[in-house]
Every structure is written in C-alpha cells, then in structure tokens.
Design a binder for this molecule. Structure first.
Ligand code: NAD
Length: 350
C-alpha cells in the first residue's frame, strides 16, 4: 500500500510502498477513506525542535486524523463489523498504569499516539486497536468523521471551564482555532474575541460567529481586549496558536480570576511573567491534550448531529497522497483551511 513516511530527521515526508500490517487479536485494519492534516503534522513535516524531541523512532508512518472503514479484524474483536465507518481516538492507552486506573486514558504515557509513535493514517490502510474506534453515524460524511478528532481537541479546550456569558479571547484562528470558535459560540461565550494575524482567517472567524476581531500585528492585544470588554479583560483565554507572543499578550489581557486553556504547541520554551499574569491574578491554567475518552467524543457527536456545528465546512482542499508536497506547502504558507488526503482517490462532497 501507499503511505507517507518520515524516513529521516529533516524537512518533508516520503511516499513509500509498504505492506499492510496484519491485525493482532485486539486490532482492526481500516481502509482510510479520508485523513486530514493537523497543525502538529506540520511540525513533523518541518521537523522543528518540538518534533525532534517528541517523535518515536524513524521511519514512521505519519498522519492521525482519519475516517476509516473496517476491512479486517483480529480474533478477539467484538462489536465492530466489517464495513463499519469509524473515527480513531489517536491517543492509545495501556489500561493498567496509574494514569489509566484514574480514568485518564488520554494521558497514558505508555500508549503512544497514532502518527507520532505508531504508523499513521496518511496511508491507504492503517492497523489500530479496536477499542480506539468510535463509530460514525449512519450516512455521516467521511470528512466529518475524520474531523471529529481535532474538533474534540477544540471541544475539550472549551469544556475545561465555563464559557456561557463570559468574555473569551481565542488566540490563533488556524483550523483548530476556528473549530474552537465554533464550539465556544455553541457554548455561549460572549463576547467572543479572536486575535489572528491573517486577514482571511479573521474573516472566517467572523463568519463563524466571532464578535470582535483583532490583528496582533497592528493592535496592542491587552489594550484592545480591555477596551472591548469595557476595562474588565477577558475572563477566559483559549490559546490555539502555539505562538509565544500570543500567549504572553493573551495572559496580560486576562481578567483577575480568569481561566486559561492551552492547546497550541510552542516549538520551544516560553518565558512569561508568572507573578503578574498568573499568581497575583489568581489565574487558572489548564493544558489540553487530546480528548477525554469517551466523554469528549459524545459531546462532539451532540454538537455535530444535534446542534449542526459541523467542522467539515473548514475543508478547503482535497489531495491524493501523491500531491503531499503541495498540501504541506499550502499548510506552511497558512493559506488553507483544513486539507484532506484521499488515499484511494475519490473526491468527497463537502
Ligand atoms: P495552524 O498553524 O494552522 O494555526 C495557528 C494560527 O495561529 C495561524 O492561523 C497563525 O496565523 C496564528 N498565529 C500566529 N501567530 C499569532 C499571534 N501572535 N497571535 C494570534 N495568532 C497567531 O495550526 P492548527 O492546526 O490550527 O493548530 C493550532 C495549534 O494546536 C498548533 O500549535 C498545533 O500543533 C496544536 N495542536 C495541539 C494539540 C494538543 O493536543 N494539544 C492537538 C492538535 C494540534
């Protein structure tokens, strides 16, 4: 089968031919209908300091957000039929460590992450633990199925603190920031303030319901936020850029007693003013990784299927695996929304 692989430390991926891995007794083989590119895949493609320290051994099959169809099952798999369409919870878990015993499966250090520590989903087929599969609804668009994983990141970022009626600042309106705008709007954040340097992304945030749009390259973020909130500051900061200045300025714009959720991944250590911006403000900071298994997935399905908040509207491009370089150059230039790979070639209606 065809697959994108990180073969050596350095920029880019290679398209390789490799066998489909046979399933262990508790695994399934999925035919990849769609896989979508995450900002974290761009870190791997660029091979920055963070990627160098985080990834397991090379060569590595990359990609993690996906919609798949079950085509083979190990002997112990029950309840997942051949032909079923699924998303994959990309954080694997061991089930026996102290973290798993506390129910924090998404934080298990032993399990590893699809496309970072296990061969991933930018491939025609991928083999994963059956228990990591989350069934799609009847007739669900595979683009939606694939985007439940990142949308779950956004939903968890919103759900770690109350948002209803609270002035909320989102820094970064890349695909994940835009999904966070969708989820924060559905949760009743008001006013919803978005800071993003790219004008087309600010426009998209506005279309999705953001109330106030700021450009960090020309606006002074703390002052603009204090002004927009009549001197009160943002009660909540949701950081979705991974940019150190966005984080520092966002924290300076936070109201006393505010909440901060960090999902964006800085590529190196960030210096900040803990005394002024956290300790004396009585701020609460929460790190977000992955999704709660399976609470966040249930919330994602509720938002998509009951509140009609569908992240697939953010897909701007669909490519075969052969055109991976063009896809990642678009990502690098920040001129796309979500980009999908179609490993078997069929274009999907959005
Ligand atoms: P992206 O790179 O497409 O989006 C980042 C956005 O931040 C861009 O639109 C960029 O213009 C904007 N930005 C840059 N500097 C800024 C500044 N000073 N102020 C405000 N905005 C600024 O990435 P994405 O796919 O949207 O993902 C967002 C981040 O989330 C990435 O860092 C990614 O690695 C991370 N991520 C984390 C997890 C997790 O589990 N914690 C999961 C997936 C992705």
């Amino acid at each position: 089968m065809k697959a994108l692989s990180k073969n050596e430390r350095g920029k880019g991926f290679s398209l390789v031919n490799q066998p489909v891995r046979s399933p262990l007794p508790d695994e399934v083989v999925l035919k990849v209908l769609v896989s979508t590119i995450c900002g974290s895949d761009l870190h791997l493609w660029e091979w920055n300091d963070w990627a160098d320290g985080f990834v397991g051994s090379l060569p590595l099959g990359v990609g993690h957000e996906m919609a798949g169809e079950v085509v083979d099952r190990g002997g112990h798999v029950e309840g997942l039929s051949i032909g079923a369409q699924v998303s994959v919870e990309t954080h694997f878990w061991c089930g026996s460590c102290a973290t798993c015993q506390r129910g924090l499966f998404h934080l298990c250090a032993a399990g590893g992450i699809l496309g970072f520590h296990h061969d991933g989903a930018f491939a025609e087929y991928v083999t994963v633990p059956a228990r990591n599969c989350w069934g799609a609804k009847e007739g669900e668009n595979p683009l939606t199925t694939s985007l439940k994983e990142p949308f779950g990141n956004a939903v968890q970022t919103c759900d770690v603190q109350p948002l209803e009626g609270r002035p909320t600042l989102i820094t970064g309106a890349g695909p994940l920031g835009l999904m966070t705008v969708m989820a924060a709007k559905a949760r009743g954040a008001y006013p919803l303030i978005v800071s993003e340097p790219r004008s087309e992304r600010r426009e998209k945030a506005s279309m999705l319901g953001a109330d106030i749009l700021l450009d960090p390259s020309s606006d002074s973020l703390p002052e603009a936020v204090w002004e927009a909130t009549e001197g009160e500051g943002a009660e909540v900061l949701l950081e979705l850029s991974g940019n150190a200045d966005a984080l520092r300025n966002g924290m300076a714009a936070l109201a006393p007693g505010g909440d901060i959720a960090l999902l964006g991944l800085p590529v190196r250590s960030v210096e900040m003013s803990l005394n002024e911006d956290v300790i004396f403000k009585g701020a609460t900071i929460r790190g977000i990784t992955g999704r709660l298994v399976w609470e966040t997935w249930k919330e994602v399905d509720r938002l998509i299927h009951h509140q009609r908040v569908d992240p697939s509207i953010l897909v701007t491009h669909q490519f075969p695996l052969e055109e991976h370089e063009e896809a990642f150059h678009l990502m690098e230039r920040g001129v796309s929304g979500k980009i999908a790979f179609l490993p078997h070639g069929e274009i999907i209606d959005e």
